[in-house]
Write a protein that binds this ligand. Structure first.
Ligand SMILES: [Cu+2]
Length: 511
């Protein structure tokens, strides 16, 4: 390949040309969910499903194809916390997937269940995982009451496979099954989502990750390769559906559609090479995801691999709406490490938003007087939001407390877009939660022992909190009257044409 694009790794070695491999096998019968009865008025009849392998790579070379990549041989499958990966079948050398768009009853955390939209019984949809050079055939059945499409975000494919309702295809009507087929020319972390009535359908959860592994990895594969989709929802306390019309006030912020403490921790062995793929299909918010205990490198975007010369060490990665970011690091520091969105409202759950500011309020007497009117009244938030996890405060039906849960030492005052990276020595397996980290003696912050109090802490020196500008040494020039000034000495001005006494240049201006 002559392309300079670093994310294209396909070589001629092992390439199977589409024609040689497929022969006539690309013709398949429209057996899966073919709509019964007449096609909708004004729509063309279903074609014969004979797709050409005409997806050009960047350098317009003929379509390189490989046999289907296999897990274990060509890649280590991704780990999807709280989620799953869509199984496929290989038919005539093509990987065949089947997505079903449908209503999904989804639990965001114990206590909060909502009727969302998703794929194959989950929201978000399952991760689709494949290998660069694979030919993929994806059936999409629509079991929603509304028409839909699926767009393959970031995938280099023929225009007619791009899934944009109205623009590149007619929509998939309720009950219909459509077929998308293309060859994967790239590797990376990409996404799929509805591209019809986008605000409603993505807002209801119709998104998923699409991971394409490189055919020829340039370095050692990661030991743990996590895939996480970020999203935001508006679910009024007690409501049974997300409100996709919300523009600003999102109150359920999720990783793989879960809020902490329901987010499954990322469990790794000390020394593991870790990759975390983050996608964001929130409606309105970018998410700066911060990892404690490490610095990492942002290695990829949904546009491909970042050249090594362009990488920087980071502790926070901003994942914009409609983008993916991939970070990598070696897990050499054992512990329980928070990984969360650094937008502080994005680590609060439903009830933490839009309440009156009570910080500093002395509520003595107020509660008593209020209880004469409202027997259950209790002022809250006078010193902030802590205490909200454990006070056993009744919450409205179908809602969750505003913050997370009880940690090993205290309450954890974060919910929402928050999870924990658990790095351990000598883990038996990755599937068992190793519990809370026990720090070696001498490595835990504790109350200062008596007698070690350092005494008065330094105070801010006088003058650091206010600033007095230096007094003027002369009267300000009457520039507002002058019509002429020196281009080199702006303080030299005049109401009449002339020359600058400093430098002799003609004053500029207009009569
Ligand atoms: Cu955020």
């Amino acid at each position: 390949m002559t392309t300079p694009q670093h994310n294209f790794h396909l070589s001629r070695r092992g390439v199977i040309r589409a024609g040689a491999m497929l022969g006539g096998a690309a013709i398949i019968r429209p057996a899966l969910g073919q709509p019964e009865g007449q096609p909708a008025k004004g729509t063309k009849p279903v074609h014969d499903f004979k797709f050409k392998d005409d997806n050009p790579s960047r350098d317009n070379s003929p379509s390189p194809r490989f046999p289907p990549g296999e897990p274990g041989t060509h890649y280590n499958p991704v780990v999807v916390p709280n989620g799953w990966t869509l199984p496929y079948k290989v038919v005539d050398g093509v990987k065949v997937f089947h997505l079903v768009a449908e209503d999904v009853e989804h639990e965001f955390a114990p206590g909060l269940v909502a009727n969302c939209w998703g794929y194959n019984g989950s929201t978000h949809g399952p991760v689709i995982e494949a290998v660069e050079g694979d030919r993929v055939r994806i059936f999409v059945t629509n079991r929603l009451a509304a028409p839909t499409t699926v767009h393959w975000h970031g995938v280099l494919l023929p225009s007619g496979m791009d899934g944009v309702g109205g623009l590149t295809q007619r929509t998939i009507r309720p009950g219909e099954t459509f077929l998308y087929e293309f060859t994967l020319r790239q590797h990376g972390t990409l996404m799929y989502h509805s591209h019809h009535d986008e605000m409603t359908q993505m807002g209801m959860g119709m998104t998923g990750l699409l991971v394409i592994h490189p055919r020829e990895p340039r370095g050692p594969r990661p030991d743990r390769d996590f895939a996480i989709m970020l999203h935001e929802w508006k679910i009024e306390a007690g409501a049974s559906r997300p409100d996709p019309n919300e523009m600003t006030d999102f109150n359920v912020l999720t990783m793989n559609a879960k809020v902490f403490p329901a987010t499954q921790p990322l469990i790794v062995r000390r020394g593991d090479r870790v990759r975390i793929r983050l996608g964001n299909l929130s409606a309105m918010d970018h998410h700066p995801i911060h990892l404690h205990g490490y610095y990492f490198t942002i290695t990829e975007t949904d546009g491909g691999v970042i050249p090594e010369a362009g990488r920087m060490p980071e502790t926070t990665v901003l994942v914009p709406v409609g983008a993916t970011r991939t970070i990598e690091f070696t897990a050499d520091n054992p512990g329980d490490w928070a990984m969360h969105c650094h937008m502080t409202h994005h680590v609060m759950n439903q009830m933490g938003h839009g309440i009156p500011n009570m910080i500093g309020v002395d509520s003595a007497g107020l509660d008593e007087r209020m209880r004469r009117l409202l027997p259950a009244y209790m002022t809250m938030g006078q010193t902030g939001m802590h205490g909200m996890t454990e006070m056993g405060m009744p919450v409205p039906p179908n809602s969750i407390p505003m913050v997370g849960g009880i940690g090993p030492y205290d309450e954890i005052t974060m919910g929402g877009m928050f999870t924990i990276l658990k790095v351990r020595e000598g883990l038996a397996d990755y599937d068992t939660d190793p519990g809370w980290y026990e720090p070696p003696e001498g490595t835990l912050a504790l109350p200062a022992p008596p007698g070690l109090d350092p005494g008065d802490a330094p105070r801010a020196p006088a003058g650091t909190r206010s600033w007095t500008p230096a007094p003027l040494t002369r009267a300000p020039a009457a520039v507002h009257h002058a019509r002429y000034s020196c281009p080199m000495h702006p303080e030299v001005t005049s109401d009449a044409p002339g020359r600058c006494p400093e430098c002799g240049m003609a004053l500029t201006g207009s009569p």
